[in-house]
Design a protein around this ligand. Structure first.
Ligand SMILES: [Fe+2]
Length: 209
């Protein structure tokens, strides 16, 4: 199994802060049968301070520890699509996890996604259930789906029911934890991934893993 959306690099963003916490979480992923974790620190998110210069070293440390737990760590990022353009880290060379305003779809959203696609990137829209404007009949959402944007829901969205309409409609390509560690939110229930074997298989097929 793979978790494509996590904030587990210690001290980098608003996710995990300490190495011991990261190690405890790695142990829980190993116990739950995960083989891959994509590290997706926030980039350009106006509400989060990210230690961009620390990402490389934190990832080197994390990937070495992950290997001790039999897990392959993959570098990536969660890019906030805002007015200013920003650098980003795609994972597995061509997958770009993005988010944007939860309140309204910015006018430039589709243009920016198309720009990424022209660069050869496959865009994955993070936690679609968390955007108040995003729904099965919202024109921007429908257009994104038509453009081949892939959609991810959070475990939390499955637990609170917000992700259900999208799962039922077959819109969900990835389930992920958006894991911010043990202190920020409720601990992620990693067992929930196994309840959706079809989506998990689809994810690995898309990623060619
Ligand atoms: Fe996230």
């Amino acid at each position: 199994m793979i978790d494509i959306h996590t904030h587990l690099l210690p001290g980098i963003d608003d996710g995990v802060q300490g190495q011991e916490e990261a190690e405890n979480i790695l142990a829980s992923y190993q116990a739950a049968g995960f083989r891959y974790i994509v590290c997706t620190p926030h980039l350009a998110n106006p509400f989060v301070k990210t230690n961009i210069l620390g990402i490389r070293d934190a990832f080197v440390w994390f990937s070495q520890r992950a290997a001790d737990f039999g897990i392959t760590a993959i570098p990536g990022s969660e890019l906030y699509i805002g007015a200013a353009k920003s650098k980003f880290i795609p994972f597995l060379d061509r997958f770009l996890l993005v988010e944007t305003s939860t309140v309204e779809a910015p006018l430039f959203l589709l243009d920016r996604i198309f720009d990424f696609q022209l660069q050869g990137l496959t865009v994955i829209f993070a936690h679609i259930e968390r955007f108040s404007w995003f729904s099965l009949d919202n024109p921007t959402a429908v257009r994104m789906q038509e453009m081949g944007v892939l959609f991810q829901v959070n475990i939390e969205g499955i637990q609170n029911g917000d992700a259900k309409p999208f799962i039922d409609a077959g819109w969900v390509d990835f389930i992920a934890s958006d894991n911010h560690g043990l202190s920020k939110r409720n601990p992620v229930n990693l067992q929930i991934f196994q309840k959706y074997p079809e989506i998990m298989k689809r994810s690995l097929r898309i990623l060619d893993l």
